[in-house]
Each structure stands twice: as C-alpha cells, then as structure tokens.
Write a protein that binds this ligand. Structure first.
Ligand code: IYR
Length: 305
C-alpha cells in the first residue's frame, strides 16, 4: 500500500497544507524582522537578548509571558552592574513643610507654571550663559531608568550654526507642511499660525537641542542599556521647560519632523543619539503675541478614586 492510500487526507490536501505552511513561515520571518527594526529601547533588540537573558529591555520583558520557559537561575559570571555593585545608601535629607505651607507652595507653583507659554517671537537680546547652564543642570536632575541619565543637551549660540540649523529645518518643514503632514494636521495648526518659516531659530540667543541616548558605552567598551530612555528624556525635558520659565526666559517646544539625522550630523553627535526636542530660549520679542488659549479645568484632567 502506498503512503498516499494510507494517508488519503494528506494526498488530497497537500497543496493547501503546503500553502498554509509557507504562509505561516513567511509571517514568522516578517514579524521577526519587524520587531528587529522597530524596537529602539535598548541596544539589543535582535531577540538574542530574550534567548540568553543577558540583555533585556523593558519592552522585551513585557513580551515574555509568564508561562514561557525561561531560566531565571542561569548564571552569567561576567555580568556586572553599570553602577558600582557596592553603591552606598545614605540617609535622605528631607525638608518638611506644614500642610498649610504645602498648600501655599503648590498654589504658588501652579500660578507660576500657568504663566508659561510657548513663544514664537524672540528678541536677540543676549542672556547670561550661566542661566542656560543652570537650566540644563536642572534638567539633568530628572529621574532616569537605572540612573543611566540618557540625555545630551546641545547648547548652540554660534550664529553660523544657528543659520545652518534654520536652513535644515526650514527646507524640511516646507515639505512637511506642503506634502507630508496632510490636510487635517495643517488645518489643526492654522489657528496657531505656525508655518515653515522659523525666524526664531536665528533670533533666539540660544537653541537647546535635547538628544536621547538610546544606549551608552561602558568603560570596557560594551553597550550600556538605557532603560526607558524615551520617558527619562521626556521628564528631563519637562524640567528644562520649567527651569527656563522659572529663570525668567521663554522657550518654544519644537520637534522638527525628519530633521533629526541632519541636525545630529551637523552637531557631531553619535548615531546612538536621537534628537527628541529643539528649544529656542531667550527673551520674547517686544511685540510677541500668543494665541488666546485656555487650559482644561481640573475636573477634566483629574480623576480622584
Ligand atoms: N513642527 C512644525 C509643525 C507643528 C506641529 C505641532 I503638533 C505643533 O503643535 C506646532 C507646529 C512646526 O514647528 O512648525
């Protein structure tokens, strides 16, 4: 008896079965490749990390199902922590206020922050460099994944470099506004009166460019994982805006689309860094205007359970 007569199902359905197998394998290959090219939260996104357990980014950990067969006990004798293994823990110096003082301070701080506005018209009047240094220091106090401090703040005051930055951004933004962003986006922006011409890039005395370091380099040359680098840099950027405002200057939060690689190259930053925020900083122009916006009331932004 032949195999075909022994197994009538396979002999009759082999084209379907083969097609199904090819589809399944193609799907696995494509999804593996997609994961490889889209994961940016750590140095090793090839999937080897998951296999070996040596490097695991938060994304990879989230992917590992509880029932998956992975060996926690595996030993890696040559693994060392990025921070010193014997890092000292010291008493925390806490300044305590009375409840009344806390309410007063929080109200004052809210009122101060509520006066922050995004400004698109800058004066070229110089501002003390010390202020810029201090606001960057304040940004650098932000929390970061495993205290990796995955940020670089590039401060530009050189007029020629500012002109080059403006050229790169205006060239790209013209295409963004005219072609890439689409009708809905440009319509949503119309009330804010933004466009691709950005005089503030050459008017403001300083431009601070915030780069996220997707990974670092250990003293031994190995890659250092920057856990949650995106979130860490976002929080540091919030502190930067706050510090600029508290110091008495204004800024414009901007994220120029498609300009990251050209600006990174212009500023001599390594490929491990990605531009996340570009912030002109200075005094507002005398005749600066702002859109008359209001902010959502507390009932709309807070849920108390
Ligand atoms: N990056 C462009 C467009 C832009 C996008 C958003 I979302 C804004 O809130 C404002 C502008 C620009 O800077 O003009």
């Amino acid at each position: 008896m032949s195999l075909a007569t022994q197994m009538p199902f396979f002999s009759q359905n082999w084209p379907i079965i083969t097609l199904g197998l090819v589809c399944y394998l193609s799907f696995r290959v494509i999804s593996h490749f997609f994961k490889k090219t889209t994961s940016t939260d750590g140095p090793d996104s090839t999937g080897d990390a998951k296999k070996t357990g040596v490097y695991r980014t938060p994304d990879q950990v989230a992917e590992i199902k509880e029932d998956e067969d992975w060996d926690e006990e595996t030993e890696f004798p040559d693994i060392s922590s990025a921070l010193p293994a014997d890092l000292e823990h010291i008493p925390f110096n806490f300044e305590r206020f009375t409840p009344e003082e806390m309410v007063k301070r929080s109200e004052e701080f809210y009122r101060l922050m509520n006066r922050r506005r995004t400004i698109r018209f800058f004066s070229s009047e110089p501002v003390p460099f010390k202020v810029i240094e201090n606001v960057v220091r304040a940004a650098g106090t932000g929390p970061s994944g495993a205290h990796t401090e995955p940020w670089t703040f590039v401060v530009v005051s050189d007029q020629e470099v500012k002109e080059k930055i403006r050229q790169i951004i205006e060239d790209e933004e013209e295409v963004n506004y005219k072609k890439r962003m689409g009708v809905q986006w440009t319509t949503d922006l119309r009330p804010l009166r933004t466009n691709w011409i950005k005089e503030y890039l050459t008017e403001a005395p300083y431009i601070i460019l915030v780069f996220k370091q997707m990974y670092g380099i250990k003293p031994d040359g190995g890659k250092k994982i920057h856990y949650y680098n995106e979130m860490s840099v976002a929080m540091a950027s919030g502190l930067l805006l706050t510090a600029v405002h508290y110091s008495g200057l204004v800024s414009l939060t901007s994220t120029p689309l498609n300009c990251g690689p050209a600006l990174r190259t212009l500023l001599g930053r390594p490929a491990s860094e990605k531009l996340t925020l570009l912030l002109p900083v200075g005094y507002p122009a005398k005749d600066a205007t702002v859109p008359n916006l209001s902010r959502k009331p507390i009932e709309d932004i807070m849920v108390h359970i």
